[in-house]
Design a protein around this ligand. Structure first.
Ligand code: ADE
Length: 418
């Protein structure tokens, strides 16, 4: 079996951590048990480009249980957990191509490696796999039947491909499921981003000024958790609606140009480029800490920062200290890459449980509906989304009410007023 990982000997540690994660993934485990008997993915080949974490390992095992052959690579050069990659290769005979800290060339070599076996389905996080397939590997397109996409950024890319008429096969936007973005983006990003910043810096958040750039689902979660740690949270936005929501959620809202002068911590979660630029960095307090939790490492203008810097050094793991020409010290965490996966372990398992249940069930849906969907971006079918919420509540031991017959009739009627 062909594979490329850091070290096979890490498999023992990886396996234990996968087992730990599995204990908090009841919904995915139920799907895995059903897949084992029903084999809905029998003989199906899947190229997966995901963060190689303990949670992803559980998803990969679920697909294997369903009968799929899976090739896995990383969706970010810094997010791979090398022990997990080793456990998948050694114990689960899965071809994995991912090494934490791989350079850009290796990152794309690994993407190409999972495409080489001519997959029928793609499972992507950020759309690098799909865009490589549509640009450099068009020869493989005839085998591809469908795909899924995990994240906001990937879906934006795919929708623009669909709009330009370039997208060649149907892709399910897992992120658009309510059981994904309401929970993973908000509570997952909220907790794991704070976790990454703290693990990297060991600095106190209480009493600090914490600037959150972007108030989408990820920004909402991050702002909420930073406030919970006692920080004074400032939100920056470009869209009046979420900006207004942030104001009414009790946060201070102002342009990044103003926030730059106040913040101790900055974290971008916008999905856009050059959100914090050199003109902002120059006005920051010495010692400011910059990080990103958006999908790509484009939100901090690192090139601009380099241009205004006299020197830089790694002061501790995941902390690059830049000395500006104006004498100030500015710290960048995790090379501006997803700090929750670079310096921590990504979202906790119990939230990935729902995200990856959506992945597994969306793939099953694509296999069942082979040939019926035109090339486009689709939302996760509502019955799947609802079934996942129901199953999660059940696993948590939480019961809810059911409509009485007269309540159901009332909701369906238009003539019953006061
Ligand atoms: N994205 C964010 N957190 C993740 C995790 N724990 N595993 C896979 N993908 C993720």
């Amino acid at each position: 079996m062909n594979y490329d990982i850091k070290d096979d000997k890490l498999a023992v540690d990886g396996e234990l951590r996968i087992e730990w994660a599995n204990q908090s993934m009841p919904v995915l485990n139920r799907i895995k048990e059903r897949f084992k008997t029903e084999k809905p993915l029998a003989g199906v080949s899947v190229a997966a480009c995901l963060h190689v974490t303990t949670e992803t390992a559980s998803l990969m095992q679920t697909l294997q249980a369903g009968g799929a052959n899976v090739w896995l690579c990383a969706s970010n050069p810094l997010s791979t957990q090398d022990d997990v990659a080793a456990a998948l290769v050694v114990n689960h005979k899965m071809p994995v191509f991912a090494i934490k800290g791989e350079d850009n060339k290796t990152y794309y070599k690994h993407i190409n490696a999972v495409l080489d076996p001519m997959p029928q389905y793609t499972m992507d996080d950020g759309a690098d796999l799909v865009s490589t397939l549509h640009s450099e590997r068009t020869d493989l397109m005839k085998n591809v039947i469908g795909g899924t996409e995990e994240t906001t950024t990937g879906i934006i890319r795919l929708k623009s491909m669909a709009k330009d008429g370039i997208l060649k096969y149907p892709i399910i936007a897992v992120n658009d499921a309510q059981t994904k973005h309401f929970f993973d983006n908000r509570y997952g990003t909220g907790q794991s981003t704070i976790d990454g910043i703290i693990r990297a810096t060991n600095r106190l958040l209480a009493g600090s000024f914490f600037v959150v750039c972007g108030y989408g689902w990820c920004g909402r979660g991050l702002a909420m958790r930073a406030r919970g740690m006692g920080a004074n949270v400032i939100v920056t936005e470009i869209n009046p609606l979420p900006a207004l929501e942030a104001v009414m959620d009790g946060f201070t809202v102002m342009p990044i140009g103003d926030a730059a002068k106040i913040g101790d911590f900055f974290c971008t979660v916008t999905g856009n480029i050059n959100v914090i630029r050199k003109e902002h960095i120059e006005t920051m307090k010495s010692g400011a800490i910059l990080s990103n939790s958006g999908h790509f490492n484009v939100e901090l203008d690192l090139e601009g920062l380099n241009n205004i810097s006299a020197s830089k050094r790694t002061i501790r793991p995941f902390v690059e200290e830049y000395k500006l020409k104006n004498g100030k010290l500015i710290n960048v965490l995790g090379e501006g890459r997803l700090i929750n996966l670079a310096a921590a372990e990504g979202h906790p398992s119990s939230v990935m449980d729902m995200s990856f249940a959506n992945q597994a069930l969306s793939l099953e849906y694509l296999v069942k509906n082979k040939g019926k969907l035109k090339p486009d971006v689709y939302t996760v079918p509502q019955d799947i989304d609802k079934a996942i919420a129901k199953e999660k509540l059940k696993a948590m031991g939480i019961e809810i009410d059911v409509l009485t017959p007269d309540q159901a009739k009332y909701l369906a009627s238009w003539d019953m007023g006061t």
